[in-house]
Structures are given as C-alpha cells and as structure tokens.
Design a protein around this ligand. Structure first.
Ligand code: NAP
Ligand code: GCO
Length: 266
C-alpha cells in the first residue's frame, strides 16, 4: 500500500466553515497541502478579503464565500455554488463556532440560543446540505470541531459546553445513519489553542504577568503549553483521507494530554 496515496486528498473538494482565520485556516492549509481544493465561508466581506489574501500568501488558490452557517437557505446556496465552482463537497469541516463566557444565571436565553445555534445547529445544517451529494458520490468525510467542553464543564461556558457536547453526539449519529453509505463522520476535540477565540484568556495582566487562566491551562496540560492551530493539521488530514476509512463516530482529542491528566499534586 502506498502511504502517500492513503493520505492524499488529490481530486477532493473540501469546505471548511469559518475558515478565514484561526483553527479553520490552519486546517484548510493542511487539506490544501494534501491536494484538496479549498472552499471556506465567513460572515463579512472584510474578513473574506483578508482571508483570500492570506491564502494567496500561502500559495493556496482558495475560494471564499459569504454565508452564515445558521441560515439554511444561505448554506444551500453555498453548497450549490461550490459544486458549480469546484465540484461537489467531498470533505466538510464544521469549524465555525463562537463562545460566550457568562455565568449561567446571568446568561440570557437569547445568548444561550445563539451559541447553540452557531455551534450545534450550524453543523447540522451544513452536514444536512452536503450529505445528499456525498451519497451520490458514494463517499464523504465530515469532521466536526468539538472541544474539551464536549467532555468537561467549567464556570461560564454552559451554552458552549451544551453545544459541543451535543456536537459529539451529532457526530456519532451521522456515523450511525450514514456509515453504511461510506460516509465517515468524526470529531476533532482541540485542547486550548492560541487563536482569537481564546485571546481574552491569555491577555497579559496590567503588571505584565501572565493571565491566571493562561497559567492554569499550562499547568493542566501535560505538554506544558497551549496548542497552536498547526497542531490540528495532521489529525485533520488523517480524518479527511482514506487513511481513516474505518474510523467512524470517533472524537480525536488533540489536547496535549489534558483529558488524561488529573492535575499537578499540591
Ligand atoms: P475563532 O478564531 O474565533 O474563529 C471562528 C471562526 O468561525 C471565524 O472565522 C468566524 O468567522 C467563524 N464563524 C463564527 N460564527 C459563524 C457563523 N455563524 N457562520 C459562519 N462562520 C462563523 O475560533 P477558533 O479558535 O479558530 O475556533 C474554531 C473552532 O474550533 C470553533 O468551533 C471553536 O469552538 C473550536 N475550538 C476552539 C478551541 C480553541 O482553544 N481556540 C478549542 C476547541 C475548539 P466570522 O469572521 O464570520 O466571525
Ligand atoms: C474556554 C475556552 C474553551 C476552548 C476550547 C477548549 O473558555 O474554556 O474558550 O472552551 O476554546 O473549546 O477545548
């Protein structure tokens, strides 16, 4: 068996939602390096323009589209447009996501719903939109970007944890429903990754010292550091490629060991 062919994405079209920057951008770069044609979406023209320049600077001819993952009509239009431009989607990475850090008793129902809408209903809408094309092709890969909060809770992230826990089960359910049609749906559960989403947790304190949460995460991570978006590149290529054809309904945690570790003894 040719190992390079097993991991190759030549001839495949990948859609990375929210792939304008952060984790999605790194995953899209990796899929492009493995040979895939890249499509991504985001919500504003300014982010789209900046991202297209960033992809071009990496030598990647990505196609960018404006579409909100919570809007089913926009997502249907997006998938049809990608099919016309690049061919039907073979690989969907449900990456678009938000977090709101608000104590539960202070959180409005609207805020809770918005997080669940983007982080859980969005992946449902996108997966629902690509599965018919995958069924016609006879293959498909769906990668849901889950979280430590698919397994763990913490103060202030009730909506996010509910959504990411739900996303883990949506992953298993897509596997259950469509595994027989040669569609693999797996999750990646990143640990704490340095991106705009986690920037507030890493801000320097007025006295120049590190944010207490930053120190807390480093002490909770056996690897002793935050993850970089690049840490997710290899796992994403694996789950997008034929190398993972018998891996289905699995969540691959890429967390420097956080979930394995009880924490430093006092
Ligand atoms: P980020 O830097 O905040 O990027 C999030 C991306 O999602 C942005 O491109 C954003 O685009 C897009 N997005 C948000 N809402 C959208 C919507 N309704 N429709 C379309 N696009 C939307 O976040 P990140 O840290 O890279 O996180 C990416 C994913 O990984 C998220 O699902 C996040 O929950 C998950 N994750 C992150 C970490 C971490 O430590 N950073 C760990 C585990 C999991 P706009 O410009 O349109 O807002
Ligand atoms: C938080 C963080 C996390 C991470 C990530 C962990 O406030 O606890 O933002 O939720 O972003 O999802 O895997």
């Amino acid at each position: 068996m040719d190992m390079r062919m097993l991991f190759s994405l030549e001839g495949k079209t990948a859609l990375v939602t929210g792939g304008a920057y952060g984790i999605g951008f790194a995953i899209a770069q990796a899929l492009a390096d493995a040979g895939a044609k890249i499509a991504f979406n985001c919500r504003s023209q300014s982010n789209l323009d900046r991202a297209l320049a960033d992809y071009a600077a990496k030598g990647i001819d990505a196609r960018g589209y404006i579409a909100d993952v919570t809007d089913e009509a926009q997502v249907s239009g997006l998938i049809a447009q990608i099919e016309a431009d690049l061919g039907g989607v073979d690989i969907l990475v449900n990456n678009a996501g938000v977090i709101k850090r608000i104590p539960m008793t202070e959180m409005s129902v609207e805020d809770f719903r918005q997080v669940v809408d983007i982080d859980l209903v969005g992946p449902f809408i996108c997966a629902k939109a690509v599965i018919p094309g995958m069924l016609k092709k006879g293959h498909g890969k769906i990668i849901n970007i889950c979280s430590m909060m698919s397994e763990l809770g913490r103060e202030t992230v009730s909506a996010y944890a509910a959504a990411k826990g739900g996303l883990k089960m949506l992953t298993r359910n897509i596997c259950s429903e469509y595994g027989g049609a040669n569609i693999q749906c797996n999750g990646i559960g990143p640990g704490y990754i340095a991106t705009p989403q986690t920037a507030p947790l890493r801000e320097r304190q007025p006295d120049g010292s590190r944010h207490p949460f930053d120190q807390f995460i480093v002490s909770k991570t056996p690897a002793g550091r935050w993850g970089d978006p690049e840490d997710l590149m290899g796992p994403a290529v694996f789950l997008a490629s034929d190398a993972s054809n018998f891996v289905n309904g699995h969540i691959l945690y890429v967390d420097g060991g956080i979930l394995a570790y009880i924490g430093k003894q006092p």
